[in-house]
Write a protein that binds this ligand. Structure first.
Ligand code: ACM
Length: 413
């Protein structure tokens, strides 16, 4: 007799109920996501390779949040069990490890990745398997997956105030330098749209391979074109090389600063404060932010990872997104815990994060955040110069007229 999947499932559930198994054991033809008093989650940040300089701190912040939740009794009495993988800064390895976490380990969610290249690499796994990926990194927008919770900044939360502020304070001639992959190219497109509206000009645009450490030819082009601002979307180890070589080449941030969306306290700690001093970053969180929640976050982080360790605008969402996960799961009965139910439960959810009250947008699964502009100082900390008076809604298609998340099919897809 032919048996289709639906009738088989129905039969399996009925048989399980008949022999007294709780309903949660027959969900989705396999084990329940919550079983044996634990909920498994994947932790997928690079501990090796060119973006480990930042991703290690995302791994640390994630484990710290899990420890905090477990120390307070877990989620409705269930412990979170982290399954840690090192995807080694390589998108193909990210994809393999994501498959292992989702299908092999049966994690109910995975927290992971820094680069958009690695997010794009894991996306098909989460969409095909209807699992849930929690992505803490600022990114280029133009994406709305119903299988991703985006807790980092979108371009409107970083560039909208930053580009006009830079043009008013330094001038309208920009040199764009980025690592060679999707994020810097897309983010630079947004920068170009804004500059055009402001009557500005791009005098140079250069991309270097990920892990690149030799910037003399880029710096020569910068010397020749004499921009007012160097707009950097370089990532990972290359950020350290670029800043050091900029200073060694005799450039002066007072005359020609670097303005970045990717340089945080963690790259500054790796390069030394004297190389970061005078350069600007726009982001929703800086370690110096004054709030009781940030005081606790920084103190706990230093206690666990050392007095010299730093928090920054990607490790903060890596931390608070685990607490948002907890809030969402806590709303569900154990038998209802599944990636899709967690996704539905987190929509509209709010939390007092170190940066302030953040919340997941009910339509696009991105996060409402508090944009700021800051200058780096020689002690490695940033000084905030300007901050949004209001929490800013994430608009992943903001720069592109006629495109939106709902148009891209997030709702009901
Ligand atoms: C990034 O690749 N989203 C920094």
């Amino acid at each position: 007799m032919a048996i289709n999947r639906r009738s088989f499932l129905k039969g399996a559930a009925g048989a399980a109920a008949a022999v007294g198994f709780p309903h949660i054991w027959v969900k989705d033809l396999g084990q329940a996501y919550a079983s044996g008093g634990e909920i498994k989650v994947g932790v997928l940040y690079s501990l090796t390779g060119t973006t480990a300089v930042v991703e290690k701190s995302l791994h640390n912040a994630t484990l710290m949040a899990i420890e905090e939740i477990n120390a307070q009794g877990g989620i409705n009495g269930m412990k979170i069990t982290p399954i840690v993988e090192d995807p080694a800064s390589d998108p193909a390895t990210f994809s393999d490890k994501a498959r292992k976490l989702v299908m092999g380990d049966r994690c109910v969610s995975v927290f992971g990745s820094y680069t958009s290249a690695s997010r794009k690499a894991v996306l098909p796994v989460f969409e095909k398997r209807r699992n849930l990926y929690w992505y803490p990194t600022l990114y280029e927008g133009r994406e709305c997956s119903k299988n991703v919770i985006y807790t980092g900044a979108t371009p409107n939360q970083q560039q909208k105030d930053f580009i006009p502020w830079l043009t008013e304070n330094f001038g309208k001639r920009f040199f764009l330098v980025g690592s060679n992959y999707i994020y810097p190219k897309e983010e630079n497109n947004v920068c170009k749209i804004l500059l055009e509206q402001l009557g500005g000009e791009v005098v140079g645009e250069e991309y270097v391979p990920l892990g690149h450490s030799e910037f003399s030819s880029v710096l020569n082009k910068i010397r020749d074109t004499k921009p007012d601002v160097i707009f950097s979307t370089v990532v990972g180890d290359s950020v350290i090389a670029l800043h050091r070589q900029y200073k060694s080449a005799g450039f002066d941030p007072e005359k020609m600063p670097m303005a970045s969306l990717t340089t945080s306290e963690v790259e500054i700690a790796a390069m030394g404060g004297e190389y970061g001093a005078g350069h600007f970053t726009s982001a929703p969180y800086f370690m110096v932010h004054e709030s009781p929640e940030n005081e606790k976050f920084v103190e706990s982080y230093k206690r666990l990872y050392g007095a010299d360790s730093v928090t920054h605008f990607v490790s903060e969402p890596a931390y608070f997104q685990v607490h948002l996960f907890k809030q969402a799961v806590a709303k569900l009965a154990a038998s209802d815990i599944s990636p899709e139910n967690i996704r539905d439960a987190v929509q509209g959810e709010e939390l007092m994060a170190p940066q302030g009250l953040v919340g997941i947008d009910g339509e696009n699964l991105h996060t409402n955040l508090w944009p700021k502009i800051a200058v780096c100082q020689s002690n490695g900390q940033f000084k905030v110069i300007k901050q949004s008076a209001e929490r800013v809604r994430p608009l992943p298609y903001w720069a592109y007229q006629g495109q939106s998340c709902t148009a891209s099919g997030l709702k009901g897809a």
